[in-house]
Design a protein around this ligand. Structure first.
Ligand code: FAD
Length: 488
């Protein structure tokens, strides 16, 4: 990485400002790419994009920024944030995809682990683990085109998290470069303050350069089943549990009956839906990992028995473990083809207490979202006891809470609705949650003012501020989160 050259280019020194726009010149495509994210709503041009080859490079960039009064540094994973969290207005963006090495290591106790650069995509880790070693991490995200460093800075959740915990609860060691440009190798037993701060820490305390992730024998197959319900339910001992709401209509391929994955040869018999059912139906996605010729049918039958779903509207499919985990790839190809991948994505992800979920269904989902959102409306349970309270992420207070993910995939305006309307609907949903007094937190939070952030972190805000003062005292890191302002 050419720090010296950058130094000259940015003309640094006390009081110096970075110059993102070459006067009258053409915009560098690399800068332009780093000025936006998947959300397509926020935009800010950095002064420079660097591709670090090592933790020392990362420390060098932070040291360089610290010599100016206002330069900031943002790690950019795969830029899949939706509200500008990986942007660095006039600052330095570190393209973490450059740190993509993967190595098999063993802990002192003999546990196999993947030692991965923070820019490795979860999909790359899956391929490497299963193909080369027959092993894999045990907690995933639905979509695997996300970086290890990016999801560990948030949480990383999917249908395994209710049993195995989120990705941030499945890490043995981190290498972090703090905002003081100190390189620290940390774990639950060594420098645990920084280790837990960085997990779910929204990039505020350090840049994760390497993570050590425990590996387990990869199951060969996954038997998935989908059941349709008239009301929200909770469920038990599967390897994977997710669910989603869909429209009780046939005229909307993205969100109606056709959006239920039913597998080849199956038919969604809408006549089986009871008369008088509401505008939304609920589908539970359940999966069991298994090996060839084991007793999966029997296990599945036993686990399904207590569930009260619409009989005849259950579907089952057997796929390889890798195919199952990569299932969103097909949706990505379709969204790229129809233009909704490149349209703005004002997504809303809420973690809401189980005690409020039925009320949320009556007060928010059924009345406000009965026409759908042009994309999946995921709803699935998580258990607080699987999350270490020392981690930075903010959660509702109750043991059982649900993720409600409104993953909007509308076409660009004017074919789709104006993005302002979608943002304003998000605001109304949050206002309804607040006025009804729900116990909820935003997942992948995005706020614009510090009082809002203080409210988000609640009783842990003082700890968050204290950690920031220790590990990034001049607020150089992750400015796009809009939590702290750059200090001199
Ligand atoms: P970026 O968006 O590039 O960065 C996110 C934040 O982390 C920024 O503040 C950045 O500065 C910081 N950061 C990035 N790398 C590092 C690092 N190495 N060290 C410190 N800070 C860093 N999330 C889930 O939990 N489950 C899902 O199933 C899921 N599915 C998704 C599907 C899609 C299509 C998309 C777009 C997002 C999904 N997400 C999901 C959200 C995802 O976890 C976040 O977008 C997350 O930010 C990861 O994306 P990224 O690697 O591109 O990170």
């Amino acid at each position: 990485m050419m720090i010296a050259y950058l130094d000259q280019q940015l003309r640094l020194g006390p009081g110096a400002e970075a110059e993102p726009h070459p006067a009258g010149g053409e915009l560098d495509p690399e800068l332009e790419a780093a000025s936006e994210d998947f959300g397509g709503v926020a935009r800010a041009l950095p002064a420079a994009v660097l591709r670090p080859g090592s933790a020392d490079d990362v420390a060098g960039a932070i040291r360089l920024a610290s010599r100016s009064d206002r330069l900031t540094v943002a790690a950019r994973g795969n830029g899949h944030s939706v509200a500008g969290q990986a942007l660095a207005p006039g600052g330095i963006v570190l393209d973490m995809r450059a740190m993509a090495r993967i190595e098999l290591v063993f802990s002192d106790g003999g546990q196999p682990c993947a030692d991965v650069g923070a820019g490795v995509l979860w999909g790359e880790l899956l391929e490497w683990g299963v193909r080369e070693h027959g092993m894999a991490p045990r907690s995933w995200t639905d979509y695997l085109g996300l970086t290890v460093g990016g999801t560990l800075s948030n949480a990383g959740i999917s249908g395994q998290a209710f049993r195995k915990g989120p990705q941030i609860a499945n890490v043995a060691e981190l290498e972090v470069v703090t905002g003081e440009a100190e390189r620290v190798v940390c774990s639950p037993s060594h420098r645990s303050d920084l280790f837990f701060a960085a997990l779910g820490g929204l990039g505020q305390f350090g840049i994760i350069t390497r993570a050590r992730i425990p590996l387990y024998p990869a199951p060969r197959l996954d038997r998935g089943t989908w059941q349709t319900f008239e009301s929200l339910v909770a469920c038990g001992e599967f390897d994977y549990v997710e669910g989603f709401a869909f429209l009780n209509r046939g005229d909307d391929p993205a969100s109606g009956w056709d959006s239920v994955p039913i597998g080849p040869g199956s038919v969604f018999e809408q006549d089986l839906i009871p008369q008088g059912s509401g505008p939304l139906l609920y589908c539970l996605e359940l999966a069991l990992n298994h090996e060839l010729n084991d007793d999966v049918d029997k296990r599945m039958e036993e686990l399904l028995r207590p569930l009260k779903y619409i009989k005849g509207l259950e579907f089952s499919l057997e796929v390889s473990y890798v195919e199952f985990l990569s299932r969103v790839n097909l949706a990505e190809s379709e969204a790229r083809a129809n233009g909704s991948w490149d349209a703005p994505h004002p997504w809303l992800n809420i973690l809401i207490s189980a005690s409020n979920i039925v009320d949320f269904d009556h007060e928010v989902l059924q009345p406000m979202l009965k026409d759908g959102i042009g994309g999946p409306m995921l709803i699935y349970p998580l258990l607080r006891s699987r999350w270490d309270p020392r981690m930075s992420v903010a959660l509702p207070d109750s043991e059982v809470f649900y993720l409600v993910a409104l993953l909007r995939f509308t076409r660009p305006y004017p074919v789709g609705p104006p993005v302002e309307d979608l943002i304003s609907q998000n605001r109304e949903i949050l206002n309804r949650c607040r006025s009804n007094g729900y116990d909820f937190k935003l997942y992948l939070p995005h706020y614009k003012t510090q009082p809002e952030w203080a409210h988000h972190f609640g009783k842990n805000w003082a700890r968050f501020v204290n950690l920031k003062a220790r590990f990034d005292s001049r607020a150089i890191l992750a400015p796009g989160q809009l939590i702290f302002s750059r200090a001199h």
